[in-house]
Write a protein that binds this ligand. Structure first.
Ligand code: PA5
Length: 446
């Protein structure tokens, strides 16, 4: 069996995708222009061969360490976590003894204190990942870890550090040059949420021993046709990413304002968070877009699923399955009559049955749904999924006539937080903040 998209329950007949399908020539032309100009490295991956050599060269260095502490946030962390949870579950299981990856993607004093208190500095590599090189949540942790390393390792501190940042600019690039810290670049024009298949996601993956080549070649299988200089509208029309994009855009026209990402591959649950950032930061623009809602099968059948099934009818669903998950142990034959239906069956049969039941019930309850059915839960399939969803997101944004590669609206909150910390300049934000904090408050104790 191949990896499949099952469109049977997509409700295509209730939608009007024709105006979007009619833009296939325009979209193909845009892809040719953008990839030709080097503005879509997510698809063309021009950095691939050099990165492969860099990772091979880095491996002996990585092998020196038992722990990797990754400092990064948003696109600089979510892809790495999705790969870690999917392909290195042993760290969360009893008896783990191999390498450990810790991802510090929040401003969490408890977690940071624990890392500082419990990680052995000489066996830890601190990997700071920031494309801009100036994100305070990340660089702030870098300052603390740098001082910690200096305290423990003295003048050798920089030998346990690795930076992943822009090749030419930003504060962290300055650190690389000043202290001769090992560094790998985040390629130009590769935004955080599109960067998991660059050094950003592949350094932690390589540290944990994942098959990085399979990830990349899986993604290439899907995105390579989109990078042809001869790409036509007809070819694009047949590509699954364009089909998902026309579906997603036409869903918006019919008021489907939420996009559930329901994962029935339990170890791949963190791909839901990766997808949510990709979809939200790319498409939430100018009053448009659909809210991504990550959900985990079967866990969330006993949580948010009631709302999916019978709440407001504004939800569509991407439903991830893999019929070839491990069978697991067998249920004992000697079970009470009440549970006779599972006697002697494989534990793994249950998740498949529950996935089928939920998928069918969603469909019966009016949720347009595309099943993404993986033949296997391997790195190749993860690469294919990353390529497919990234490309579909870009194309959806273009069909919505917004820019899927920026995220301007997240800046205001960051500027206000900096104003609160008394950063220089930002006079307007400081005045705004003052007005906000001195307005009449409506405080009620609970
Ligand atoms: O997708 C994005 O571009 C963002 O989520 C960034 O990844 C996030 O803001 C972190 O930025 P940086 O890598 O510059 O520290």
């Amino acid at each position: 069996m191949a990896d499949m998209l099952d469109w049977t329950s997509a409700d295509l007949e209730k939608l009007d995708a024709a105006p979007y399908e009619a833009r296939a020539d325009e979209m193909a032309g845009r892809l040719v222009a953008e990839t030709g100009a080097g503005r879509l490295p997510f698809l063309t991956m021009p950095y691939g061969p050099i990165l492969k050599d860099d990772l091979a060269g880095l491996q002996p260095f990585l092998n020196r360490f038992d722990h990797m502490l990754l400092l990064g946030i948003g696109g600089s962390a979510l892809g790495a976590r999705a790969l870690q949870k999917a392909f290195f579950p042993q760290q969360d299981q009893p008896g783990h003894t191999g390498p450990s990856l810790w991802i510090a993607d929040n401003v969490d004093a408890y977690a940071l204190e624990a890392y500082l208190a419990k990680l052995p500095p000489e066996k830890t590599v601190v990997v700071t990942v920031s494309k801009s090189g100036g994100t305070i949540e990340t660089v702030g942790q870098y300052f603390i870890l740098k001082e910690w390393m200096q305290r423990h390792l003295g003048e050798d501190w920089a030998e346990n550090m690795l930076l992943v940042t822009d090749e030419a600019k930003g504060f962290l690039r300055g650190e690389v040059e000043r202290y001769h810290i090992k560094a790998l670049p985040v390629p130009d024009n590769l935004g955080g949420r599109y960067s998991v298949l660059s050094a950003v996601g592949l350094i932690p993956a390589a540290f944990l021993g994942m098959d990085v080549d399979a990830l990349i070649s899986g993604a290439r299988e899907v995105v390579a046709p989109l990078t042809s200089a001869e790409l036509t509208g007809d070819q694009l029309t047949r590509h699954p990413s364009f089909q998902l994009a026309t579906w997603a855009a036409s869903l918006l026209d019919k008021g489907y304002q939420e996009m559930i990402f329901f994962t029935y591959v339990p170890l791949w649950a963190s791909f839901g968070d990766w997808f949510a950032q990709l979809w939200a930061e790319s498409l939430g623009k100018e009053g448009k877009g659909s809210q991504p809602v990550p959900a985990i099968g079967v866990t969330d059948q006993h949580s948010v699923n009631q709302m999916f099934m019978d709440g407001i009818r504004n939800k569509a669903c991407l439903f991830l399955t893999c019929p070839n998950l491990p069978a697991g142990p067998k249920f004992p034959a000697d079970l009470p009559d009440q549970f006779a239906y599972v006697r002697g069956k494989d534990f793994g049969e249950l998740i498949q049955a529950e996935g089928l039941g939920t998928r069918m019930a969603l469909s019966k309850n009016g949720v347009p749904l595309v099943e993404m059915r993986l033949d296997a839960d391997t790195p190749r399939e993860a690469g294919k999924l990353i390529g497919l969803l990234g490309a579909a997101t870009i194309l959806t944004g273009w069909l919505m006539d917004i820019n899927p590669l920026d995220q301007p609206a997240v800046e205001l909150g960051k500027r206000l937080a900096k104003a609160r910390m008394d950063a220089e300049g930002l006079d307007e934000e400081k005045a705004d903040l003052n007005a906000f904090l001195t307005a009449d408050l409506d405080l009620r104790e609970f």
